[in-house]
Design a protein around this ligand. Sequence first.
Ligand code: SD4
Length: 326
Amino acid sequence: KAPKPIVVSTWDFGIAANKAAWQVLKSGGRALDAVEAGVHVPESDPDNHTVGYGGFPDRDGHVTLDACIMDELGNCGSVAALEHIVHPISVARKVMEKTPHVMLVGEGALQFALENGFKKENLLTPESEKAWKEWLKKSEYKPVMNIENQRYQGKGTSAFNQGAEDENTTAFSPLKLPGNVYNHDTIGMVALDAQSNLSGACTTSGMAFKLRGRVGDSPIIGAGLYVDNEVGAATATGVGEEVIRVVGSFLVVELMRQGYSPEAACKEAVMRIVKKNPDRAKGIQIGFLALNKKGEHGAYCLHEGFSYAVTTGDDKEELIKGKHYF
Ligand code: SD4
């Protein structure tokens, strides 16, 4: 018997994104269309400071976006360091469908987007600009763990300076809203449709206040996302440099091919990162999320605080805490 459609995605705000994806899946639509529609939700949400519109900029004040998409046939498309476009995932899909290439970056990606009818927009919201100006005062690049499930409150500078103790600088505090559906960050989403086909999408504004030109794992096929329709699909979130080093999502899928459950595969990928540098792993967050061909899902992360959303029906949605190493 074929497994039922399912969509899973990273962090608390995955619930809202999954709802949009579910509208496609429940009417028998393609997983590829579902994941594209799903990640559009955080991409256009100004309160999400790690994806699309409203994303925190690089250290020079430019909002630069990374995204990739992959379907059941192994087709894939990607954009990196793309500016001024609210839905980079749809540009990535156009790269996949309309060009002989997989990846376009920077100016060339923007040119391609404009030629394909995407609108040029300012993505830096007043709130994100304010956060950036605060950050400039100290200019310390220290990614904050689980920032994805926290909400910027427009105060102080400690948001990116872990351990800073000025009482006026608690710029992030976890949201306490029902279901935490307003919490946000980089989204990785993978889905299985009624035809038993898998697809995935990953989209982000990257690490806040990164160096200009920095590209993380999210737009890199095999690192931030991988889909193999025979086996399963995986996506990653957290400090992208570490995910790239172990080609994380590809690793998770290959481990599932060898018989690992989704959670066990995610755990093994996390362990590779720990083994490479246990000290570095102590101070950063990484989370992997996987879905296999049978519709089974699982996740694993370095530190407590990573969550993922699972949707299998209009009212069947769940937020699951990822098991963690530390
Ligand atoms: C990056 N992996 O650019 C992304 C950031 C992220 O949740 O996942 N944040 O490295």
